[in-house]
Ligand binder design. Sequence first.
Ligand code: UDP
Length: 321
Amino acid sequence: MAARRQRTVITGGAGFIGSHLCDYFVEAGHEVICLDNLLTGSGSHIEHLLGREDFRFIDYDVTGYIHVGGPVDNVLHFASPASPVDYLEYPIETLKVGALGTHKALGLARDKGARFLLASTSEAYGDPQIHPQPETYWGNVNPVGPRGVYDEAKRFAEALTMAYHRTHGMDTHIARIFNTYGPRMRLYDGRALPTFFRQALKGEDLTVYGDGSQTRSFCYVGDMIEGIGRLLKSDEHEPVNLGNPDELTILELAREIIELTGAKSKIVFEPLPTDDPKVRQPDIAKAKRVLGWEPTTPRSEGLKRALDYFREQVAQGAQNG
Ligand code: UDP
């Protein structure tokens, strides 16, 4: 008798990373159930999957009780506003989906005996005093600052996930996801990379916050999805950093995007937001060791693919795409 097809629930499945995960698991032969209330996600990211018999989209806010009929093998909790502009606009929703949403998603996984994977974040390290950041670093987070709504929700989500693992013996996994980029980022999500592309492609000046000396390390989305897929199947229950250690300053990123697009744009400097981390770079020794994973897409290649996508979005006049 043929084995039953795996059923995989992805919360936030219409988001940037979530929608790539929907593609990945459909491709792997799973039946995918995508839950999203489209607060910051977009139906256009999963439109191509609608109508397939192995894909289902349910417009749902996962802070409420989650019911899915039938067996479930995997639950991936990716629902949350994730760009600083978004979670500052939706602070309470961000706290609720990180806390109540994680509780509901864990409850579903427990009920079904499913594997669970939490999308956590490099923000768990806050404005780090150790560089690069290993998983053993406990972080430097301001709980009451504007970014605290995201950072603390994700830290709570990690604590809850470990409690379910320890108390109920559940097969849980925690990905600490560092800055990720690629197709399906929203032009107006407020993050540096899509903002710089949009500004360059429209011939506007690029807005660098502070003096641009703060660093980030950007991982191409295809590499990230592969890392998440491996972590889900691994025996590792403690947090694992997923990201690309390729670090650069935000000013360097702005210059690279101007060069790549051939724009005539200038760089203008604007005030640095409160609690903006000064440095960020993943230590991925653990991911290499336990998952045999590391990113393979060089920045030059990833930025070219991102450019193709953003060019199309700008040409279409996307406001939210
Ligand atoms: N940033 C910038 N210009 C922008 C948007 C962001 O200089 O138009 C800066 C931001 O202050 C931060 C870095 O770029 O230092 C990365 O910000 P992003 O919003 O991409 O995400 P973060 O890594 O801070 O979560």
